[in-house]
Write a protein of this length. Structure first.
Length: 614
């Protein structure tokens, strides 16, 4: 949640900050602000709403300088407003702070600070940092003044999560950064240095980054970067070369990032499989668990949130079918607060696009504390969840800017297919010939996804225009496509604000059927499968109650034409891989409905891309 950019160097800092914030606006867009330090004076510009409001303000009131901090906000404490926008200041207007995360003890800290005469100008938890640092500087003897030390000691008094950037007029060439359970990177240029909460913010300037770990701080000036622990122990950190290009994070000729990312899925799926497919086995170089360890597993637990949880539900179907081992799928925010039965015979799989999802990160720590080995499926190199896992399958979707996940989801499914075959071969539940068949079909999937996008795009756009005025939708699926019904409904509600429910089709008669009438479109997934005849029966039940049926069907299926009102045909594939195809038209349907309604597709209200707070 929220986006941070910081810069010290020789360029015009406001240009660098605004460009970086533009690339991070998917992380928060309630308000935005920048602070620039020049001639020992800090100039602040803040505005409520989208980033373009701040850009217009800076055009009218320029802020020259070569060092500064910027922030785009997704509100946690305090309503979206100019006074609650970052950056925040101390009482003397000498210290500037930007912050992602939540200060859990901010109320008690605020009370203490106010009793000592501090005056607060906002409703945010972030502002306590500025006042705490102010106090620590006041305690220092003049000859030993150190912004680094003041920040370090202030952090000792804070309980919670933070990615932090700090400036002070007393230390005009210096940025202090710190991280605890909220992502923060340091970018290394030539005589210029950056901090950011995500890679796209600085890709126009450098691809060399350092990922800060929890409990680490950084001191940046024009001479370089120093990394320490919160205990002031200096550390050597590896520099990671980012392989994404800056243009990968641009819209190209697409109206929205989401549409671009939907059409990037054939490439994202292929890139996730690239170099990993053998003739009869899967190669996972990042897997640090040995084959002997995989053979001792008695249960798999998958933890994830949102769209990644839906991917995990598909994973349950495929692992149980092909590997014959029991799988539990938990929403991470529930997993971390119950008492799950986990042991050293359990394998925990954590799925997260960003690798920073707070609940999932807490879940893997709980699993490891109970002896479980953890592997992760993640899209962001060097992020927290992979670093705390015993093995990682990186998806290669590239940066996903649209808040509603699309290509990250299909890349996660691809990674789950790869891992399932890998695990099945390790445990001898998938033989050589079966593996060859599965891998051969996997190779076809990027092409089949491309065919759906090519053939059905115009059809779905037209269909969406006819359905954009409805207020409620029901999505029905069975077996491996039940999670796709959930994901299809989630996509629609996320970006169009239409109420939508996903259900296992067999449950329709246990409640949802009461809602069906001529004002309730029902989207059914009726591709060829072992439950095909059952889903046709569900379609009949909908039609008997005047429901409108949109159905996904396999090419050449004549039977379904007699029952559904609108049909989207998909190429035939093995049932176990069908989820990778059925989700594509549901993404497009949601996108075109939302676009028809005039919704802000890439930045839906109240949502942020990376949920790094509880």
């Amino acid at each position: 949640m929220c986006g941070i950019v910081g810069y010290v160097g020789y360029q015009d800092v406001s240009t660098v900050l605004l460009d970086g914030l533009k690339r991070l606006e998917y992380r928060g867009y309630d308000s935005a602000g920048i602070a620039v330090l020049n001639n020992n004076i800090i100039e602040v510009r803040r505005s409520k709403g989208k980033l373009n409001n701040l850009e217009e303000m800076v055009k009218v009131q320029p802020v020259p300088g070569n060092i500064g901090l910027g922030h785009t906000r997704w509100a946690t404490h305090g309503r979206p407003s100019e006074e609650n926008a970052h950056p925040h200041r101390d009482c003397k207007n000498e210290i500037i702070v930007v912050h992602n995360g939540i200060v859990e003890n901010y109320l008690s800290l605020k009370d203490e600070l106010q009793l000592r005469g501090h005056v607060f100008a906002s409703e945010t938890d972030t502002e306590v940092f500025a006042h705490l640092i102010e106090e620590e500087l006041d305690r220092q003897k003049t000859e030993k003044e150190s912004l680094y030390e003041a920040v370090r000691l202030a952090l000792k008094r804070v309980r919670g999560t933070y990615a932090l950037g700090v400036l002070s007029t007393k230390f005009p060439g210096q940025i202090i950064a710190a991280r605890n359970d909220s992502p923060l990177i340091v970018g290394l240029g030539e005589n210029e240095y950056f901090i950011a909460s995500d890679v796209p913010a600085i890709l126009n300037h450098t691809r060399d980054v350092i990922f800060l770990d929890n409990g680490e701080m950084a001191v940046l000036n024009q001479e370089g970067v120093k990394i320490t622990t919160l205990e002031a122990v200096e550390k050597e950190k590896a520099v990671v070369k980012i392989t994404w290009s800056a243009t990968q994070a641009e819209k190209a000729d697409y109206k929205h990032f989401m549409l671009k990312e939907i059409f990037e899925q054939p490439t994202a799926i292929e890139d996730t499989m690239r170099t990993r497919l053998g003739e009869d086995n899967i190669h996972l170089e990042e897997m640090e668990l040995s084959l002997d360890q995989l053979k001792t597993i008695e249960k798999v637990t998958i933890i994830a949130c949102g769209t990644s949880w839906h991917a995990g539900l598909v994973g349950k179907f495929i692992i149980e079918e092909l590997v014959r081992i029991p799988v539990e799928v938990d929403i991470a925010s529930e997993f971390r607060y119950r008492s799950p039965i986990i042991s050293d015979k359990t394998l925990t799989i954590a799925i997260s696009q960003s690798g920073e999802t707070a609940d999932t990160l807490a879940g893997i720590r709980q699993a490891k504390a109970n002896g479980s080995k953890v592997i992760s499926i993640c899209n962001v190199l060097g992020s927290s969840i992979p670093r705390e896992s015993d093995g990682t399958i990186y998806t290669h979707a590239g940066p996903e800017i649209g808040v509603a996940s699309t290509k990250a989801f299909t890349s996660q499914l691809t990674a789950l297919y790869l891992f399932t075959i890998y695990l099945g071969r390790a445990r001898d539940t998938i033989g050589v010939e079966r593996a060859k068949d599965l891998i051969s079909e996997l190779r076809r999937l990027p092409h089949l996804v491309g065919e759906i996008l090519k053939k059905e795009d115009a059809n779905l756009k037209k269909l969406a225009h006819g359905f954009s005025h409805y207020k409620d939708f029901l999505y029905l699926g069975r077996g491996i496509n039940y999670p796709i019904a959930l994901e299809g409904a989630l996509k629609l509600k996320e970006i169009s604000y239409i109420h939508a429910e996903g259900y296992p089709a067999g449950e329709m008669k246990h409640g949802p059927i009461a809602l069906i009438d001529e004002d309730m479109p029902v989207v059914t997934i009726a591709v060829r499968s072992k439950t095909y005849e059952k889903i046709l029966g569900n379609i009949e039940e909908v039609k008997a109650r005047d429901g409108i049926v949109i159905t996904l069907a396999t090419e050449g299926d004549a039977e379904v034409t007699k029952k559904a009102d609108h049909i989207i045909y998909l190429p035939d594939t093995m049932e176990i891989f069908s989820s990778l195809l059925t989700i594509i038209p549901l993404q497009l349907l949601a996108y075109y409905i939302a676009d028809r309604k005039g919704c802000d597709v890439d930045q839906p209200r109240n949502l942020a891309k990376s949920v790094t707070v509880e």
